[in-house]
Ligand binder design. Structure first.
Ligand code: GLC
Length: 612
């Protein structure tokens, strides 16, 4: 018996060595296909099931579970960081986890995913770019490509290799808490910028040193759920009632183009279509996405999303995997009701053994995952070095971020007081949002829900104004808006506080009472007012519209808030145009261009320049 075991181990060792030969020797897709086929043939049921399992590193019961359960992937959800949130700790953490994977019989490397959705936003002092709503207003494909390429370098600097981005939702109802993750209400803008983002993340081939795997999400229809059908909020994870024709033309379209652009992974959406959960939707995942649109990457579930298919977890697993989901995000015990990865693994094995899931389906899922891992060069170079740590938060990347802020700020109104005149002597800056990097970053920034204050390295709006006002301008800051009689100009920043996902679902998009009160107080001074709105979506401006001489929609600009002052002082004449319709009042919502009786406050495509 011992001789036999030794014999098997020797064969395995030579087979694995051949399979793990350097990627430089794997030059064609056929060669990758062949290696994947050979590897799958060698895999046990436990090894296959493990490849399909993704866990948030925070919820590993033991780090050695990576080896014990042959886990194929780890993730860091929002706020999931190493003990010390600095770039070297990330690399060390990645390598420690990868080493457990490399101790397994077949040495299949893990792939590590994270929501680097507007820069490498979990990581302290990374560059944080504007959220997608602002980039949608820039409508600049080259800029978006450069932002994603810069983000890929920062993700690689920390050792990670996969981002759950771009979000290609086509948001229609701004009451949705994830509106800011959408580029636009227009599927054409979403498609073009989604593709530019994928090109930036993935480069021309996945095995290049500075590229990472992209993930188009959330498939499909997340931006068009009906208000009141939400799973946890009012609209998030709700039901899409469109007919198939419109679902295809507006919502499947960005995914079709992403597939044509070689996106390597796609994440399924929490929402339902005609009351059927997407995570169990065989027609839309297997028939449409994989067979009709020929997606040959792998499909990943959302965070514990399969739990919402059926009360019986095993039934959920069977429905999700048979629908075509290849990797399941079984994050851990974040919410009491969530199932653990150990439950998942046992029940998935059971479902295969009792015939509820066919081995062909499992082999297809595992092959897709391994194909991407080979294409990324993970077998060749599973462990990361510290040679890219200086890319994190680099001046070069911050310059791109500041450029993107300038190009995403929409000038909604201007009674000829912008750009600020050279002879302006006394400027008052007011409002909490003027000096709060956390507020200007929004959700998905260091923490899942974002934060307040100096949450990371960057420049606030006030910092930017200070850098533009030399000794000949008296600059003062009053959060509460106390106006000195000598003031020539008031700049006030108001808006939303950070939120993410269902926590941002709102019944009303009215400005807060405090913000309205602040603008009213300022307006009593009789001084000209420039209002900067920091928000994840259009808001109802009616109460203060006539009190402001100029209004800028700055969205969620990220860490380089100083870019806004480049517009205020005329270093950059605004070019951005609204990628979302701006409603007059709540009765109009949802309102999108193309609607009948379309009579918004500002039309889709509106945006002034300094020449208007
Ligand atoms: C979240 C989001 C998804 C994200 C995932 C991992 O719930 O829906 O966009 O990529 O979980 O954090």
């Amino acid at each position: 018996m011992f001789i036999k075991k030794l014999h098997i181990n020797i064969i395995t060792f030579f087979c694995v060595s051949i399979l793990n030969v350097s990627c430089s020797d794997i030059t064609t897709k056929d060669e990758i296909d062949m290696k994947v086929e050979q590897l799958v043939k060698m895999m046990t049921l436990e090894e296959k099931v493990g490849q399909m399992t993704q866990v948030d590193h925070r919820y590993l019961e033991k780090k050695s579970d990576i080896k014990k359960y042959f886990l194929g992937s780890l993730l860091s959800g929002g706020g999931s960081v190493p003990d010390t949130n600095n770039v070297r700790s990330w690399v060390r953490m990645y390598n420690e986890y990868q080493s457990f994977a490399l101790e397994t019989r077949l040495k299949i490397p893990i792939i590590y995913g994270i929501d680097a959705v507007h820069g490498h936003n979990n990581v302290l002092n990374a560059t944080i770019f504007p959220h997608n709503i602002g980039l949608g207003c820039s409508n600049d494909e080259d800029l978006v490509r450069r932002i994603s390429a810069a983000t890929a370098r920062e993700v690689q600097a920390t050792g990670l290799d996969w981002t759950f981005a771009p979000c290609v939702a086509v948001a229609q109802d701004e009451r949705w808490g994830r509106t800011y993750e959408s580029f636009s209400e227009d599927p054409d803008i979403v498609t073009r910028l989604g593709n530019a983002s994928i090109q930036g993340y993935q480069g021309s081939s996945l095995d290049q040193p500075n590229t990472i795997l992209a993930c188009a999400k959330h498939y499909v229809g997340d931006g068009n759920t009906i208000y009141g059908t939400g799973m946890h909020g009012k609209i998030d994870r709700g039901d899409v009632l469109l007919d198939e024709k419109e679902l295809r033309s507006k919502y499947i379209k960005p995914f079709k183009e992403a597939i044509d652009n070689n996106v390597g992974s796609i994440m399924v959406s929490y929402n339902s279509w005609q009351s059927k959960k997407l995570h169990g939707h065989k027609y839309l995942i297997d028939e449409v996405l994989k067979k009709e649109l020929k997606f040959n990457g792998f499909v990943v579930s959302d965070w514990a999303a399969i739990d919402e298919i059926d009360k019986n977890y095993k039934k959920s697993i069977i429905q999700a995997v048979n629908a075509g989901i290849d990797m399941v995000m079984v994050p851990g015990q974040f919410i009491e009701s969530a199932n653990s990865y150990i439950d998942f693994i046992e029940l998935l094995k059971e479902s295969i053994q009792d015939g509820s899931i066919k081995m062909d389906r499992i082999d297809d899922a595992v092959s897709r995952i391994l194909n991407i891992k080979y294409s990324m060069g993970l077998f060749e170079k599973p462990l990361k070095k510290f040679n890219k740590v200086n890319d994190l938060g680099s001046d070069k990347n911050r310059a791109i971020a500041r450029e993107s802020v300038k190009k995403s700020v929409v000038l909604l109104k201007n009674n000829n007081i912008l750009p600020i005149r050279k002879n302006t002597r006394n400027i008052l800056v007011a409002g909490e949002h003027a000096d709060n990097i956390g507020y200007q970053c929004g959700g998905w920034s260091i923490w899942w829900q974002g934060g307040s204050g100096k949450i990371t390295k960057g420049t606030s709006i006030l910092d930017g104004i200070k850098s533009h006002t030399g000794k000949n301008i008296n600059l003062s800051y009053s959060k509460s808006g106390d106006v000195d009689k000598n003031t020539d100009l008031i700049i006030v920043a108001i808006g939303e506080k950070p939120y993410a996902e269902m926590n941002g679902d709102r019944e009303s998009l009215e400005l807060s009472e405090d913000d309205i009160e602040l603008v009213n107080k300022l307006s009593k001074s009789g001084k000209p007012i420039v209002m900067i709105l920091i928000s994840g979506r259009p808001m109802i401006l009616e109460p203060i519209l006539d009190k402001c001489d100029a209004i800028l929609a700055a969205w969620l600009p990220g860490s380089e808030g100083a870019g806004i002052s480049d517009v205020l002082f005329g270093d950059y004449s605004p070019t951005a145009k609204l990628s979302f319709t701006w409603p007059k009042n709540m009765k109009q919502i949802p309102i999108n261009f193309g609607d009948t009786n379309y009579d918004p406050l500002y039309r889709f495509g509106h945006g002034l320049t300094f020449k208007d």
